[in-house]
Write a protein that binds this ligand. Structure first.
Ligand SMILES: O=P(O)(O)O[C@H]1O[C@H](CO)[C@@H](O)[C@H]1O
Ligand SMILES: Nc1nc2[nH]cnc2c(=O)[nH]1
Length: 308
């Protein structure tokens, strides 16, 4: 693994490089989806790094993914935010795409909040709906593309991690509750996210098939990051913004396109940001990392680093 640049030692070197350059000790890690990078701009007292300057980090190649790792506070809570994520279709191995999630863990993060842009398959969903993800279908995983394939490093987690509890029940409930309190009840949904490799959007037959399989929304990210986050014991909340309706009708003139995805992101960004920031203020954090003092405080769950 080491020669590929995403083993434990590489992650540790990257985490230490970052910790030496910021005093922020994040308890919450946020990943911004396509066109949803504004979330990072909400952080106060920012210390930001361009991905190209961070050792071992991949580079963002997709429009709508700025390529910055931003540390700061959200209503007093210490956070780290990926303003731009990585996707299979960019040509990275799935283990490289998910490397930042392991770095989150080694920075002391306890809770990961992911956002994404997704196409709606559920006919009751409208463009602009926010879907709290309750489960996923990892289609690349069916073909062996799983971020945990290869030798397992027990310092991160177990060889065969459970995924039936991948999306934290309490956080999902809280998202629905906070969302309703904010007045989002009309456009807040719950559902199953399906990841595909992309970058081509779905054919009509594919969208129909995914819907029949039980997916409510389809995208090209998130599930890999969730698998890695759960493997190393972090709690996960994930939100999809339904940026477009998947085309499922041969009479339809609609065509999925990335511009529409980014436009919908811009329209709903403020509400999504408010939902995430309100949740960060209200959530219980297990690792008390807002007052981080050093290595002894780092990750208390599956992945405890050795004292140095
Ligand atoms: O999942 P995020 O990064 O939000 O991006 C989604 O939007 C892009 C397609 O428009 C794809 O990358 C898809 O995965
Ligand atoms: N695969 C896929 N990804 C998306 N991301 C945003 N919209 C879509 C979509 O319709 N399909």
């Amino acid at each position: 693994m080491a020669d590929k640049g995403y083993g434990y030692e590489e992650c540790e070197a990257t985490a230490d490089w970052l910790l030496a350059r910021t005093g922020v000790r994040p308890a919450v890690g946020i990943v911004c989806g396509s066109g949803l990078g504004g979330l990072a701009d909400m952080l106060k007292d920012q210390v930001a790094f361009n991905y190209e300057d961070i050792p071992n980090f991949p580079q963002s190649t997709v429009h709508g993914h700025a390529g910055r790792l931003v540390f700061g506070t959200l209503k007093g809570r210490s956070c780290v935010c990926m303003q731009g994520r990585f996707h299979l279709y960019e040509g990275y191995p799935v283990q490289k795409i998910t490397l930042p999630i392991r770095i989150f863990k080694l920075l002391g993060v306890d809770t990961v909040m992911l956002t994404n842009a997704a196409g709606g398959l559920n006919r009751d969903f409208k463009v602009g709906d926010i879907m709290v993800i309750k489960d996923h279908l990892n289609l690349p995983g069916f073909a062996g593309v799983n971020p945990l394939s290869g030798p397992n490093d027990e310092r991160f987690g177990a060889r065969f991690p459970c995924m039936s509890d991948a999306y934290d029940g309490a956080l999902r409930q809280m998202a629905m509750h906070v969302g309703r309190e904010l007045g989002y009840g009309d456009f807040l949904k719950e559902g199953v996210y399906c990841v595909l490799g992309g970058p081509s959007f779905e054919t009509i037959a594919e969208s129909r098939m995914l819907h029949k399989l039980g997916a409510d929304a389809v995208g090209m990210s998130t599930a890999h990051e969730v698998i890695v986050a759960r493997h190393c014991g972090m709690r996960v909340l994930a939100l999809s913004l339904i940026t477009n309706q998947a085309v499922m009708d041969y009479d339809s003139e609609a065509k999925a396109n990335h511009e529409e995805v980014l436009e919908t992101g811009t329209r709903r960004a403020a509400q999504l940001e408010r939902l995430v920031s309100t949740m960060v203020t209200k959530m219980e954090l297990n690792n008390n990392n807002n007052n981080y003092a050093g290595d002894a405080d780092r990750g208390t769950l599956a992945c405890q680093r050795k004292p140095q």
